[in-house]
Design a protein around this ligand. Structure first.
Ligand code: PMP
Length: 290
């Protein structure tokens, strides 16, 4: 992935894609002092760009560092990176990390770097599986207790268990894994939030120990706008037998139907399809009023 054409915004300047490098003694690499975002541009506009920039700053603050750019500078840099790469439909990946000035757990004075890459990424999950509904495995690891990690940060360190879980799921023939939380309630997938439907009502886990996705919040708002009741509550895995539809949400995944989780089966239908369409309409850039 590092030998492509294109430009990466790196600490305020554009560098050729293949030259966007960092030192092996970077603190971010050794101690996971790294935060990032995942965003999508539709028709040349990044959906909720400022909200993503704010989450990036929030994540950095939780890891005790400050990104040396303002929200508007970050938003402008993202837009400029899209334009520099001639992309209108793209995935956008800002990443901020502590540099290599000192080596050790403490790194108060290490420089904070920011890079922004953009690339085409049409479908997060295999399009055929996406259409049929994903098959999800159950992850071995659980989302940790918020008392043990800053769970609202989109921080690299929190993805270690996600990568392990997704690898294991793929090896076992599944598209992804659903994770429980530290209490044993349903939490989310390795890179997306999860929703269920029963009797025309949407049920989704309370985001009290995992990322409250920007897509999750958007979909909840869209559902309510369409008159669909959404209940955020603690969901036990054995309740999965009572749900008829299931879908996952995320910037990359958008709204993706789920066909099965372990031995529980779902039929992606009415509400899932309605929200897939509503989300597709919502992310299109709004025409400016004349
Ligand atoms: N949970 C995890 C672990 C994720 O990586 C993502 C993707 N950023 C989400 C949820 C969904 O977040 P969003 O809708 O903001 O992309």
């Amino acid at each position: 992935f590092d030998q492509r054409d294109g430009w990466i915004w790196y600490d305020g300047a554009f560098v050729p894609w293949a030259d966007a490098k960092l030192h092996v003694l970077s603190h971010g690499l050794h101690y996971a002092s790294t935060v990032f975002e995942g965003e999508r541009a539709y028709g040349g506009e990044i959906f909720k760009s400022i909200e993503h920039a704010e989450r990036l700053r929030h994540s950095a603050e939780l890891l005790d560092f400050t990104i040396p750019y303002s929200m508007t500078e970050i938003a402008a840099a993202k837009k400029a990176t899209l334009e520099k790469n001639n992309l209108t439909e793209a995935y956008v990946r800002p990443v901020a990390w502590r540099g290599s000035e000192t080596m050790g757990v403490a790194a108060q004075h290490n420089k904070v770097h920011l890079a922004i890459a953009v690339w085409e990424w049409p479908s997060y999950f295999d399009p055929e599986q996406r259409l049929k509904g994903l098959r999800l495995d159950l992850a071995e690891y659980r989302r940790p207790d918020p008392a043990t990690i800053p769970c609202t940060a989109k921080a690299a360190g929190l993805y270690m268990i996600c990568t392990i879980s997704k690898h294991r799921a793929e090896r076992r023939g599944f598209a992804d894994a659903m994770m429980l939380d530290y209490r044993g309630f349903v939490a989310e997938c390795t890179g997306a939030n999860i929703f269920f439907v029963k009797d025309g009502v949407i049920h989704t886990p309370v985001a009290d120990c995992f990322l409250n996705g920007i897509t999750r919040k958007t979909v909840i708002e869209l559902a309510r706008r369409h008159g669909i009741e959404v209940v955020e509550r603690h969901i036990k895995p054995e309740e999965l037998a009572t749900f008829t539809e299931c879908f996952v949400t995320g910037t990359a995944a958008e709204v993706t139907p789920v066909g099965a989780i372990a031995d529980w089966h779902f039929t992606p239908s009415g509400i899932t399809h309605q929200l897939m369409d509503a989300y597709t309409a919502e992310v299109q850039p709004k025409k400016q009023a004349a």
